[in-house]
Design a protein around this ligand. Structure first.
Ligand SMILES: [Zn+2]
Length: 312
């Protein structure tokens, strides 16, 4: 107990020293943090940061606007994992590449796979859809799983993690209500979605949107549409009177342009699907990205006659 008290007294000193050494450009390690953690995807990293707060040094392997389906790990990823106490994985076939990386890295890190704590749905072929975060209720479950892991690994931080999680969960619930209210502004018959790949099924389920199709008709971005797939999609967009199709920020929108012209639909604003955006963008955090996606969908589906952005 005495040691604990000494630590509490010394912590602010350690923190200020860390700031000084960071300014000097030196110092590796977790620099004043209690725990060093690695997240695979930008979404997982953002949830982890929100619950971990100042106690957790979070390194996210994927950069903003990177495509997790096609990620090539770097040697620095191995180094980060070998020093971490916790590795947070999104799960499903999205970041399977992590398993090999963890094996190479060795180290003592506990792995938390978020998809194991959320409610999943399956694609047409029966495979589990890995894009669980597109339903904010799943983000709540994931945040709770992160909270449990952090409390287990750093029991002294319990109060902080519980407080952070409670604040964040409240924000996620507000986001969920806000998205629902915005999507209701789009008339039922216009709530139809065509995206680049099958990334928004959870969103569609939650907010009563019909998925008409995807340019890449797959749960992964790594598949290629055949000429017949494209013809069929153009036909569906026409016959279902789809107003807009939505590209993704991380992928080249070339096909979307061609298909929309042929099908007589417009191209909506790009969605933050599998990765968040860089600092200063409107997809910088999970909550921001979901709010921006909602605004883009309302605008595109309602052909500019409605606009709504959830207040988060
Ligand atoms: Zn995806």
């Amino acid at each position: 107990m005495r040691l604990l008290r000494v630590l509490v007294v010394l912590l602010p000193v350690a923190a200020s020293l860390a700031v000084i050494s960071a300014c000097g450009g030196g110092s590796s390690g977790s620099g004043g943090h209690e725990l060093s953690a690695v997240a695979t995807t930008t979404h997982a990293g953002d949830l982890l940061r929100n619950v971990g707060g100042d106690r957790v040094d979070v390194r996210t392997l994927l950069g903003s606007e990177a495509d997790p389906h096609g990620y090539e790990p770097r040697p620095s990823d191995v180094a980060a994992i070998s020093k971490a106490s916790l590795v947070v994985k999104s799960g499903g076939d999205l970041d399977e590449w992590l398993d090999e990386l963890i094996e190479t890295a060795g180290g003592e890190a506990e792995t938390l796979t978020l998809i194991d704590s959320v409610r999943t749905i399956s694609g047409d072929d029966g495979d589990v859809d890995p894009h669980w975060w597109q339903d904010p209720r799943n983000a709540v479950l994931a945040a709770r799983a992160i909270e449990d892991a952090l409390v287990r690994l750093d029991p002294d931080g319990r109060t902080t993690y519980e407080r952070n999680a409670a604040t964040y969960v409240e924000r996620l619930r507000r986001l969920d209500r806000g998205i629902a209210a915005c999507m209701r502004k789009v008339p039922d018959e216009k709530r139809k979605l065509v995206t680049t790949h099958d990334a928004l099924a959870y969103f569609a389920n939650r907010y009563d949107v019909e998925i008409v199709g995807a340019i890449v008709p797959s749960l992964s971005t790594q598949a290629q549409p055949s000429a017949r797939d494209v013809d069929e999609l153009v036909h569906q967009i026409r016959s279902e009177d789809v107003e807009a199709i939505f590209p993704e920020t991380a992928l080249n929108p070339k096909l979307e342009g061609a298909i929309s012209r042929e099908a007589g639909a417009s191209v909506g604003d790009a969605l933050w699907a599998d990765s968040l955006g860089p600092e200063g963008s409107d997809g910088e955090t999970y909550v921001e990205a979901m709010a921006s996606n909602t605004a883009a969908l309302v605008e595109g589906m309602a052909a500019g006659e409605e606009s709504c952005r959830p207040r988060v």
